[in-house]
Design a protein around this ligand. Structure first.
Ligand code: AMP
Ligand code: ZN
Length: 144
C-alpha cells in the first residue's frame, strides 16, 4: 500500500534498523522501544492485521521469530521475551500492516504483566461454548 509506513520500509523508501530479511519477512527495531531490542516482524506483502493474513504467511512470521529470538536475547542480554500483536484499533493497533512485537524482558525492567480477574460461577463454561459455536472445522481463513 502506497501510504503504509511499513510498506515504505520494505521498499527501502524510509530507513529502519533491519536485523533480519528474507524473501517474505522483514524484522527491524521498533523506533519507540518498550525495551532495547524491541523488534517488529512483518510480512513483506501488506495485510492489515492477523485476521487478514493468510495462514502460510503467518507461519513464515512465526518461523522467523523462532529463528531470530535467540539472537535478539543474546544481543541485548535479555532473560526472556514477550510476543505481542495488537489486532485492531481497540487493541492498540496504530500501524495497519500486520506485525508481531518481540519485546525482550529483563529482570529489573519494571514492566508488569496484565492483571487477571476471576470468572463468576458458570461464566467460563458459557464463554467457551459461545466461542466454539463460531469455529469452522479445518479452516484458518476466518476473515473478519
Ligand atoms: P501497533 O500499536 O501494534 O500498531 O505498533 C506500531 C509500532 O510501530 C509502534 O510500537 C511504533 O513505535 C512502531 N513504529 C512506528 N513507526 C516506525 C518506524 N518508522 N520504524 C520503526 N518502528 C516504528
Ligand atoms: Zn503495508
Amino acid at each position: 500500500m502506497s501510504d503504509c509506513i511499513f510498506c515504505k520500509i520494505v521498499a527501502g523508501q524510509i530507513p529502519a534498523a533491519k536485523i533480519y530479511e528474507d524473501d517474505k519477512v522483514l524484522a527491524f527495531l521498533d523506533i519507540n522501544p518498550i525495551n532495547p531490542g524491541h523488534t517488529l516482524v512483518i510480512p513483506k506483502i501488506h495485510f492489515s492485521n492477523l485476521t487478514q493474513t493468510p495462514v502460510e504467511v503467518s507461519q513464515n512470521l512465526i518461523m522467523v521469530i523462532k529463528k531470530i529470538s535467540p539472537a535478539i536475547m543474546k544481543g541485548v542480554g535479555a532473560q526472556g521475551f514477550n510476543l505481542g500483536l495488537n489486532n485492531g484499533s481497540i487493541a492498540g493497533q496504530i500501524i495497519f500492516h500486520m506485525h508481531f512485537h518481540l519485546i525482550p524482558r529483563f529482570a529489573d525492567d519494571g514492566h508488569k504483566l496484565w492483571s487477571g480477574r476471576q470468572y463468576q460461577l458458570g461464566e467460563m463454561e458459557k464463554v467457551a461454548e459461545n466461542i466454539k459455536k463460531f469455529l469452522i472445522p479445518n479452516s484458518y481463513f476466518l476473515y473478519g
